[in-house]
Write a protein that binds this ligand. Structure first.
Ligand code: SF4
Ligand code: SF4
Ligand code: SF4
Ligand code: FES
Length: 1014
């Protein structure tokens, strides 16, 4: 099949090998046949592999899921092990064991267990939305040839719960397998679900008995994904998946009654056959397409099930970064694709408004005006901004358009707004500007330190790996942040440094570790340059000095230093709380210095992890949309690299670094930048000081904006070009762990909108570029030929769920963990980088007396252009708001819902307050997503000294109370009102203690849970 055009359809995940190295292969016997398996692996995995290899039926297994581990609630996997009945999912392989899966005793126990399940579940498959050939309960009915129900089905005394916007729970269909509880407690670690096994009629409980809406449920969908039947279902499936499932409730009940009436006579065989025919019919009209999430940088991938343009559901399971995990946005946040607000035709400015235009007219105008500006003022009078929402291939084309077609290096992307300082810190110290390992390294680390990152909300799936390791595997967690978010609450040590002082305490830790013989001196001697100069630079950074500047105690700093130095392996995660300061690059450098001093590079479970915010913020820079770098971070002023690209593109290229985003805005104000082509970026909302940016845009001679929606930035455009979101195109994204992944087209572009790469190509051709890319694969092919970092990247090597982590050698070998052999400098050694600390550019003072912090929130993404168009998310969180501390509320007589006027030196806005102890003293927090009035109306023009990333986090404001009070801006539905009920999984032992529980079959060996949680 042609790798460019194949429609990707994924199959079911095969049983996986155990986590980590569970030991060597050993001999065992399965049903009298000698075979091999890994000692210590789950027996059920070995049995499943054996069944596939020998073409035999699998052992039934209803509650077992390879990504959840043994739950042991269903009892259907009974086998004989060395003559005794045991649950195969709860047992592990031991050398010489003899397993019999089909003995009379084992089969009787399997049937008995499944008969009990059917007493809890009504089989109405033909009219069930879950009848898609992948229903575990249906398939087990068929596997066991169940003809008649031994125990009659009994309704439970509970109503369906429809209170969550995205999914529903039907207690009557729930078989109490506990998969959902295990996923919620131990994979997502949101700890909402439990089963009170002691109840007369146990059911799944949210927050111990609350309805779903308003519980602590964050709608991540883990539970829905793993439910083996229709008890938990996506609402988007209901009434849409089947041919008969949209029937009115009465008609459905009638059909179910007919089936119940005939089952005793004809048995389930013919009934199941009918439902399987219906399932085959529906599968012919349902398309399943693999895609990669378009929200944050974790890189979750999943199948999207669609019927025409209707999204039936999102099914994760095979993604390298996420397997069964998603957050609310990835699982349920796709309605924006079909929003009525989508731009469907090009728009051309007509006085103060816009008129619709044909593509030909719009492109003609774009080509003519860009050419005129270039001719009149030179290539550097034009600026190009690419998007971290767009694909790698689109980023590549944008920088090629700027450099090779127009002749300017004025090209940048929004990594300037968040990630550039982190990249700078890594360039200075270790060489590559990317995470040094993979998410699996973070999960296996002995200690994780999180600095300035609200990981549970900004990178939710990555956070689950830390929460799980911390909860189950003894991982130590240290969090430094000015706000007490979820990870801070979970931490073993949490501290609040004064704003903008992280570089001080980080440097003080390094000094203390070096001074007290806690550094890894062997590692430093072998792998690191610059120790002497660095030690000298650390002289001012005593613990006492750090304690004073940061508002911490010497004892705390000592404890943190000692724990960090003693960890067998440590990772540091950081994000915008570090980077968006005047010293963002320096603090990022201080983080990397500390990792070097403690030898936390070059090994699994160690390293530096700047958490990339947008889905492709890593790739947008990797593929050259930066003013100083070609794709793969070759410098534009490096003659060798430039000649390579000149040969490849057959043009002369500009030799000087171009303008970054920030400099472009300044250049517009200065009158030297006249025209701009901006793709996929709501720069008015996202850049700092929105008033200043808006004024600049209004001064442009010509402004082209390409987007899916008419954003606030579009108001300033001369031409607006309608683009397609990720579900309507092909390409690749690169996630935070440098993982390149393919996305496949799920549906056709809406209206006349088009994929960005096609539009960029048309614009280039209006400038006589003569490009002829037929598919994004052609673009990747060219990029791989020119950038050594991507030498071995091909679409074939990325087919389906296959991924590559850069750098990728010509033979396709990729690099999950960087620096295993050397650092990325000519001599192979890392560099300690001396630092000075400089006070923040803007601080709270007499008039502007409140420190404004701002950032992401779980359910909305960034400025909210996509998530406000998802009705369920809008219902949970419809408004912007500002968090204030209880102390400040008391001091100013404020309560939740009060309106206030907030003013900075740069602008003003009105908002409601939420009183919460997440924030402290006179520090307030405003989520980024605010429809119409972005927080950046308040932020100013200060930037990181090295990269020009705006210092969003260094803003002082004053607050005036307004005479209106409204309701809590977080409605009762919002998960922040919930009260989780943590426990270690489903606690099946409590089920086994019930007086009415007896294990099926004779001679059961009770195997305890809690094994293999790794
Ligand atoms: S959940 Fe599965 S077994 Fe139950 S009615 Fe639906 S398809 Fe049949
Ligand atoms: S948080 Fe909610 S959606 Fe996620 S697993 Fe728990 S109950 Fe399910
Ligand atoms: S709702 Fe939970 S306990 Fe009930 S069947 Fe689904 S996964 Fe199992
Ligand atoms: S699969 Fe449910 S107890 Fe083993």
């Amino acid at each position: 099949m042609d790798s460019k055009t194949e429609a990707y359809h994924s199959g079911h995940p095969a049983a996986t090998l155990p986590d980590g190295d569970a030991g060597n292969f050993c001999a065992l016997q399965i049903d009298g046949v000698d075979t091999q398996a890994k000692a210590g692996e789950r027996l059920i995995d070995a049995l499943n592999r054996d069944a596939i290899a020998r073409g035999r039926k699998e052992v039934p297994q209803v509650c077992y899921h390879p990504h959840l581990g043994p739950i042991q609630t269903c009892d259907t996997c009974m086998v004989e092990i060395d003559g005794k009945l045991s649950r195969a999912c709860g047992a592990v392989v031991t050398p010489g064991m003899k397993v019999v899966t089909g003995s009379a005793a084992a089969m009787a126990a399997q049937h008995e267990a499944f008969d009990r399940i059917l007493g809890n579940h009504l089989l109405y498959c033909t009219v069930c939305d879950n009848n898609n050939q992948n229903c575990t309960v249906h398939n087990t009915t068929a596997l066991l040839n169940i003809e008649h129900q031994k125990y009659p089905y009994k309704e439970k005394p509970y109503q369906k719960d429809m209170s969550n916007p995205f999914y529903r729970y039907d207690p009557d269909q729930c078989i109490l397998c506990g998969r959902c509880v295990e996923a919620c407690q131990n994979v997502q670690v949101n700890e909402t679900l439990s089963i009170r096994w002691e109840d007369e009629h146990p059911r799944v409980l949210w927050d111990g008995g609350h309805e779903i809406g308003g519980s602590s449920c964050v709608s991540c969908g883990h539970c829905v994904t793993v439910c083996p039947c229709n008890a938990l279902m996506e609402k988007s499936m209901l009434g849409h998946a089947g041919y008969f499932t949209k029937l009115p409730a009465d008609a459905l009940t009638g059909m179910i009654d007919v089936v119940k009436a005939i089952e005793p006579e004809i048995g389930y065989g013919p009934i199941l056959q009918l439902s399987e025919t219906e399932a085959a019919m529906r599968n012919a009209r349902v398309k399943r397409t693999k895609t990669v999430c378009t929200y944050c940088g974790v890189g979750c991938s999943f199948d999207i099930w669609t019927k025409d343009r209707h999204i039936l559901k999102v099914e994760p399971g095979q993604g390298a970064a996420n397997n069964i995990s998603t957050c609310v946005k990835g699982k349920f946040g796709w309605d924006y694709v079909n929003s009525e607000d989508r731009l469907e035709t090009p728009l051309i400015r007509d006085g103060d408004s816009f008129r619709e235009a044909s593509w030909e007219e719009a492109l003609e105008l774009v080509g003519r005006r860009l050419t005129e500006i270039r001719t009149q003022h030179g290539p550097d009078a034009l600026g190009f901004i690419s998007s971290s929402k767009c694909t790698n291939e689109e980023s590549y084309l944008m920088q090629k358009l700027a450099r090779a077609v127009v002749g300017t290096n004025n090209i940048d992307n929004c990594s300037r707004y968040c990630q550039s300082p982190a990249t700078q810190g890594l360039f200075r110290t270790v060489g590559y500007g990317g995470d040094s390992g993979s998410i699996s390294d973070i999960a296996q680390s002995g200690l994780v330190m999180i600095v300035g990152s609200n990981t549970a909300e900004a990178h939710p799936v990555l956070a689950t790996r830390v929460k799980r390791a911390h909860k189950l595997n003894g991982q130590k967690l240290i969090v430094a942040d000015i706000r007490e978010h979820e990870m801070a609450r979970r931490a073993d040590i949490f501290f609040r440094p004064n704003p903008s002082t992280d570089a001080v305490w980080l440097s003080a830790l390094s000094r203390y570790i070096l001074d007290n013989g806690l550094a890894r001196t062997g590692f430093l001697a072998q792998w690191v340059n610059g120790l002497d100069e660095y030690r000298k630079s650390l002289e001012p950074f005593t613990l006492e000095y750090a304690a004073e500047v940061c508002g911490l105690t010497v004892e705390l700093l000592k404890q943190v230093a000692e724990e960090f130095a003693a960890a067998k392996s440590a990772c540091i995660l950081w994000a915008m709380g570090v980077t968006q300061h005047c010293g963002g690059s320096d603090t990022s450098t201080a983080i990397s210095n500390l990792l070097l001093v403690t030898g936390n590079y070059m090994r699994p479970g160690t390293g530096a992890y700047p958490l990339r915010g947008h889905n492709n913020v890593q790739g947008a820079s990797d593929f050259g949309s930066m003013p100083a770098y070609f794709p793969g971070y070759d410098k534009v002023d490096d003659p060798e690299a430039r000649e390579r690209y000149e040969r490849g593109w057959n043009v002369k290229l500009p030799t000087r670094k171009g303008l970054d985003n920030h400099e472009m805005v300044e250049a517009i104000h200065a009158g030297s930048l006249k025209g701009m082509y901006l793709v996929g970026e709501d720069m008015y909302s996202a850049d700092s000081n929105a008033n200043f940016v808006g004024d600049a845009f209004s001064k442009l001679d010509f402004f082209v904006v390409q987007d899916c929606f008419f954003s606030l930035t579009c108001r300033y455009a001369d031409v607006v070009l309608p683009a397609s979101p990720s579900l309507e195109k092909e390409g690749t994204f690169t996630s935070t762990e440098r993982r390149i992944q393919r996305l496949y087209q799920v549906m056709e572009p809406l209206g006349e909108s088009r994929p960005d790469w096609e539009i960029i190509q048309d614009v280039a051709n209006k400038l006589y570029a003569g490009w002829n890319y037929a598919h994004p694969a052609d673009i990747m092919h060219e990029s791989a030929a020119l950038a050594p970092m991507f030498a071995g990247v091909t679409y074939d090597r990325l087919a389906g769920y296959k991924t590559l982590q850069w750098p990728v050698a010509v033979d396709g070998t990729d690099t999950p963990l960087l620096y295993t052999e050397k650092f990325h400098f000519p001599d192979g050694k890392a560099r300690l980088y001396p630092l000075k600390w400089i006070e923040p550019c803007e601080q709270a003072g007499a008039e502007f007396d409140v420190h404004l912090n701002n950032g992401r929130m779980l359910e909305h993404f960034h400025e909210g252009n996509m998530t406000y168009r998802v009705p369920g998310i809008h219902a949970e969180t419809p408004e912007g708001f500002m968090e204030i501390s209880p102390a400040m509320a008391e001091e100013r007589g404020l309560v939740t819902g009060q309106w206030v006027d907030v003013a900075s030196r740069h602008g003003e806005l009105r908002t409601q307050v939420v009183v919460t102890d997440r924030v402290h003293a006179k520090q307030v927090y405003m989520p980024l997503n605010r429809p119409k009035h972005p927080v950046n109306l308040l932020t100013g023009n200060n930037t990181d000294r090295a990269t020009h990333t705006p210092a969003y986090k260094e803003t002082a404001v004053k607050m005036k109370t307004l005479p209106w009070k409204g309701k809590d801006p977080l409605p009762p539905l919002n998960f922040r009102h919930g009260h989780p009920t943590p426990q270690r999984g489903v606690e099946v032992e409590r089920k086994w203690k019930r007086t009415d529980y007896r294990a099926p079959g004779n001679g059961l060996v009770q195997i305890q849970t809690g094994q293999q949680k790794g």
